[in-house]
Design a protein around this ligand. Sequence first.
Ligand code: NAD
Ligand code: UDP
Ligand code: UDP
Length: 323
Amino acid sequence: MHIHKRVLVTGGAGFLGSWLCERLLERGCMVLCLDNYFTGSRMNVEHLLDNKHFEIMRHDVTFPLFVEVDEIYNLACPASPIHYQHDPVQTTKTSVHGAINMLGLAKRTRAKIMQASTSEVYGNPTVHPQPESYWGNVNPTGPRSCYDEGKRCAETLFFDYHRQHKLRIKVARIFNTYGPRMHPNDGRVVSNFIVQALLGRPITIYGDGSQTRSFCYVEDLIDGFLRLMDSPDEFTGPVNLGNPGEFTIKELAEKVVAMTGSASEIVYKPLPKDDPERRRPDISLAKQRLGWEPRVKLEDGLVKTVDFFEHLIKKFGPAGILG
Ligand code: NAD
Ligand code: UDP
Ligand code: UDP
């Protein structure tokens, strides 16, 4: 029996992972943060390095890992289209081989394990908003497939290990999440628009900006992760975690411009292939089973995110953050 729960966070040096590590330490857990630093960095967890309950390890989840833990949060995987399309074969390997290894680890240690899945399993949805019972509309051979199908296969593996080996699993389908420690240059819409606005550069809307997304503030999402992990064993999910507020990309651009008082103009660029037209979570299940719903309004979350990027630009300069 261990006084402190031993928790493994894969992808722990990334955007969501770093927030999760922080919250777990606050709860008195021993945290093993594992990352290969493909998109994450030690800087994201710099403030945790002195904590004696925090340990960081460079490792790639596509290789086996032998450690002793009580809980595993499997977050390792590049999340933005630019990053996951950079080396698509590695993206599929990370999702699939990574899931197999972490499930093998959970099987040996009898640890409870949560998978960071995604709204991308719904593809370009024909049902709106998306409930967990919807099976999705996914292109298996397109540029987004390495991510979408990799994550779908990981869900399959989680449910097969659950049925076949009686593993305690949790599957969270995460919708677009934003907040401090997002990468300034990973091409995601919130970080792009804020950085462009702060630097007075044109705001790039892809397509006509009528496509919609729902944006969840990171602290709300992490609260959902913790509630899911703590939920009774019979509740496996999959469960949607996201903010049901739905905005067009054009509305988001206008909000960011207004909020930053930016002089940036809005420019229109071609819409990337297979870009989903609409996305909004149906979060009835999370409300009912986890008592969870987001609390932070888009405007409030954006203020904190703008603040973060302002500091980053002051510290490293435009060239420093955009590489
Ligand atoms: P991120 O890119 O900041 O974090 C991913 C982390 O995983 C990085 O630190 C990266 O270095 C690490 N990583 C990648 N491949 C690895 C490997 N093979 N071995 C070990 N570490 C590896 O992205 P994020 O936004 O923090 O996303 C975390 C998880 O949540 C991902 O699994 C992502 O698919 C999922 N997710 C995120 C969002 C979102 O809006 N942020 C939405 C849906 C799903
Ligand atoms: N694995 C791991 N750590 C462990 C146990 C297993 O990384 O503590 C890996 C192991 O290398 C294997 C994978 O997880 O490839 C799946 O394990 P499982 O026991 O399900 O399969 P098997 O070893 O029977 O192929
Ligand atoms: N987008 C945009 N301008 C940008 C970056 C993204 O108009 O500079 C659009 C993108 O085409 C998509 C939406 O914003 O319709 C969300 O994109 P993101 O890459 O953040 O996430 P995802 O498509 O995975 O939801």
